[in-house]
Each structure stands twice: as C-alpha cells, then as structure tokens.
Design a protein around this ligand. Structure first.
Ligand SMILES: CC(C)(COP(=O)(O)OP(=O)(O)OC[C@H]1O[C@@H](n2cnc3c(N)ncnc32)[C@H](O)[C@@H]1OP(=O)(O)O)[C@@H](O)C(=O)NCCC(=O)NCCS
Length: 176
C-alpha cells in the first residue's frame, strides 16, 4: 500500500491509527500576531529574538500535534531574517512537518509580515527546527511516521532527509 493511500483513523482504533502514520495537514499550524512596541528594537522593528520565540512556538505546536506528547527543540538551522517587520505590522507564521525519523521530526517555519494598512505582504524568515518527542522522564519516544501525500510534500520529505543526514554528519565531525 502506498504510504499516502489512507489516514488510518478510518479503519483502526486511535492509537493504532497514530502509528499507521499521519499527514502533513494533520499538524499544520498558522499563527498571527501583531508587533507591539515592547517587541521592538530602537529602529522600531521587531527583535530577532521575539521572531525566534514565535517560530519556536509555532513549530512546537506542529510537533505536539503530530506526536501528541511532549516535544523538545533539539536544533534550529538555516534561520534567516531577510526583511524587517515594523511595529504595527501583523506577523503570520506557518509551520508544518517535512519529515519524521523514529523519535525526531523536522518542522519548517515560514514567517510573513503584513502591513495592515496597505495589505502588502512579504516573507521575512524561514528556518528548519528539529524536535524530539519525549516521555515523562525526558527520554526520546517514538513518533507516528509522516505520510507525504502531494508531490511537494514528497519533495520536502526527501530534502529534509538529506538535511538530517548532513546534521548528523556535522555532529559527528564536531564530536571527533
Ligand atoms: C533532545 C534530547 C532528548 C535528545 O536526547 P539524545 O540522548 O540525544 O537522544 P538520541 O541520541 O536518541 O537522539 C534522538 C533523536 O534525535 C536525533 N538527533 C540527535 N542529534 C541530532 C542532531 N544534531 N541533528 C539532528 N538530529 C539529531 C537522533 O538521530 C534521534 O533521531 P531518530 O530517533 O529520529 O532517529 C536531549 O538532547 C535533550 O533533552 N536536549 C534538550 C532539549 C531542550 O531542552 N530544548 C530546549 C527547550 S524545549
């Protein structure tokens, strides 16, 4: 059976269905905030740390929704702030799973700004978060496999698998 042929929950009990796999859409997150003066630097644009916090929140909600247990942030990479976001603008965050391993997940987060007066929107940041699902003792625990459905989801899955291999190679190099 192809991995995307069914979502499982139609045929199995909830627990078994979880481990048959889940789709990207099942855990996708969309969040909107407004930039307040206390989020801003002296230039009147949002602090990078505040954007990182919002990204971590959006990404972790996607991880929680997929794993349905506690998840912790293991790493963040390719984080870029390509445009400033001004006080009074809306910040929109989109987060979705690209890939799952046995206990880890890659979540992609994209951030957009919206000028609420003109409606102009721009992508301002993107990053890849790795989360690990943990049990109550903080030990890694298994997550349901991600089942890519569309051509784009399959492409993102393959690219994420490649990035994960590179992360592990980098970790090994740095440890030796
Ligand atoms: C996340 C944590 C539980 C992982 O513990 P660990 O002993 O390294 O666990 P493991 O070696 O079994 O690795 C767990 C998973 O992470 C992956 N992993 C480990 N290091 C990695 C790295 N540098 N990059 C990508 N994946 C990595 C492993 O391959 C494994 O994935 P898999 O099960 O999908 O194959 C532990 O490092 C931790 O508690 N970190 C602190 C988390 C935290 O406090 N975050 C901030 C606040 S939420």
């Amino acid at each position: 059976m192809s991995p995307g042929a069914w979502s499982g929950s139609l045929f199995l009990g909830d627990e078994m269905a979880e481990f048959a796999g889940k789709h990207v859409q099942d855990s996708r997150v969309e969040m909107t905030e407004i930039v307040m003066p206390n989020d801003a630097n002296p230039l009147g644009t949002i602090f990078g740390g505040r954007v990182m916090q919002l990204m971590d929140i959006a990404a972790s909600i996607a991880g929680f929704r997929h794993a349905r247990c506690n998840v912790v942030t293991l790493s963040v990479d390719s984080l870029e702030f390509s445009r400033p976001i001004r006080v009074g603008d809306a910040v929109m965050l989109h987060a979705w799973l690209n890939w799952t391993g046995r206990t880890s997940m890659e979540v992609q987060v994209e951030v957009y700004s919206e000028d609420l007066i003109t409606g102009e929107r721009a992508r301002t940041s993107t990053a890849y978060f790795t989360f690990v699902a943990v049990d109550p003792q903080g030990q890694p625990r298994q997550v349901p496999p991600l089942l890519p459905l569309t051509v784009d989801e399959e492409r993102r899955y393959q690219q994420a698998a490649q990035r994960r291999a590179e992360r592990l190679q980098r970790k090994e190099r740095e440890e030796n």
